[in-house]
Ligand binder design. Structure first.
Ligand code: KG4
Ligand code: ZN
Length: 378
């Protein structure tokens, strides 16, 4: 016998946790995204509307503009999802609650809560990072979502994160962190100095393909930490790379579409160094935690060299490496819908009348292997 369906309580059956056909909504920064996942995590539709063009004249995201764009775009994407996937039998609404731009988050959470309330559907508020953590286990070729093997080691590398996490027993625990800039942030700052536009990661990645990664030797700091945290630090590398570029040529580049060969070599060497640094703690962390798989997620997990090098590392060690499709590395609503499904399966739901958004990370990053678990059950 099943418990009755209610918008505010978990729905379970005698046959274990229930799965829900889910509508996902993501609006934490400058991408408006709506997705529909079948109950088994199959991605039925994954819509993303980028605001890059709207913010480009200001060389960064303008919060007020972002919130207004979300407000205009969400109803349009919802109508598109209705046409593509049908919303009549949606059983759960999942939405990003934080961290992010508060105005943008409020648009998404109010929209999702109103939709859930009006249709008497359960609502799951999800942390954006939780979405990135589950994204490697989603596919875009019609396959159901995969259960994350337990334990799994996941490297989350985005505009705001550069940490390995251990996913074990339904919890996600940060194992290290960056002491200064996030990995995506350094790609963006190099790109900004060169005049390559925002976000800069994809442009630097593309141009780095044309350069010689051995041309410049950048050193990376070794952080000595008595807790054995294996932390990252990227700001020295960033300054060094920008200073070297200034010595090579006038910045910003007069013709950013065709940089001189020396700049291409510099970008290739920079990318090689970032990837070296990101992969440096891997062997040690695998030895400590014995994961069944190693995964990567977040925008920088779309980087060509990172993907190739991580896959090669996995082959050489006989460890499975799981990477999300490139389209699911950057912000999307499919990952939010999936994280919502996993929350709902554990009975963790939110009251649509009282769901607050939060702008800052809701947990304290631990700086060592003995750190505390991050957010409730994943
Ligand atoms: O996950 P994401 O879309 O947003 C955040 O949660 O931050 O990540 C965006 C970041 C940006 O800094 C962007 O420059 C970087 O990911 N990025 C890349 C690549 N694609 C996106 N960095 C390096 N190589 C790429 N191919
Ligand atoms: Zn993100």
């Amino acid at each position: 016998m099943s418990t009755p369906d209610t918008p505010l309580g978990p729905r379970t059956t005698d046959h274990g946790p229930r799965s829900f056909r889910t509508l996902g909504i993501e609006s934490s920064c400058d991408e408006t995204a709506v997705a529909v996942l079948e109950a088994d995590g199959r991605v039925r539709c994954n819509l993303i509307s980028s605001q890059v063009a709207a913010h480009a004249p200001y060389l960064g995201v303008v919060p007020e503009l972002a919130a207004r764009h979300h407000l205009e775009t969400l109803p349009r994407l919802l109508a598109e999802a209705e046409r593509e996937a049908g919303l009549g039998d949606i059983e759960l609404v999942a939405v990003t609650r934080g961290p992010g731009l508060i105005g943008s988050l409020l648009v998404g959470t109010c929209f999702a809560a109103a939709y859930a309330w009006a249709r008497k559907l359960p609502l799951a508020g999800v942390d954006h990072l939780e979405g990135h953590l589950v994204s490697p286990f989603l596919s875009l070729d019609g396959a159901p979502a995969r259960e994350a093997p337990d334990p799994a080691l996941t490297l989350v590398i985005s505009g705001g994160h550069s940490s390995y996490f251990l996913l074990a027993g339904g919890d996600a625990r940060p194992l290290n962190r960056t002491r200064d800039d996030a990995a995506g942030e350094v790609f963006d700052k190099i790109a900004a100095a060169l005049g390559l536009g925002y976000p800069g990661g994809p442009a630097v990645d593309r141009l780095a393909e044309l350069g010689d990664p051995g041309a410049f030797a950048f050193s990376v700091p070794r952080i000595k930490d008595p807790t054995g945290a294996l932390d990252f630090s990227f700001s020295g590398l960033k300054t060094n790379a920008i200073r070297t570029a200034q010595e090579l040529t006038a910045l910003p580049l007069p013709d950013p579409a065709n940089p001189p060969q020396a700049v291409l070599d510099l970008l290739a060497s920079f990318r090689r160094t970032v990837v070296d640094w990101l992969l440096a703690p891997l062997d040690e962390l695998v030895a400590r935690h014995q994961p069944q798989v190693v995964a990567a997620s977040g925008g920088v997990a779309g980087n060509r060299e990172l993907r190739a090098r991580l896959a090669a590392w996995g082959r050489s060690r006989g460890i499975e490496v799981v990477l999300p499709p490139v389209a699911l590395t950057t912000d999307n609503a499919a990952m939010i819908a999936r994280a919502g499904q996993l929350r709902a399966a554990r009975g963790i739901l939110d009251d649509p009348r009282a769901m607050a958004a939060y702008p800052r990370a809701a947990w304290k990053a631990a700086s060592g292997p003995g750190g505390k678990p991050m957010f409730p059950k994943l």
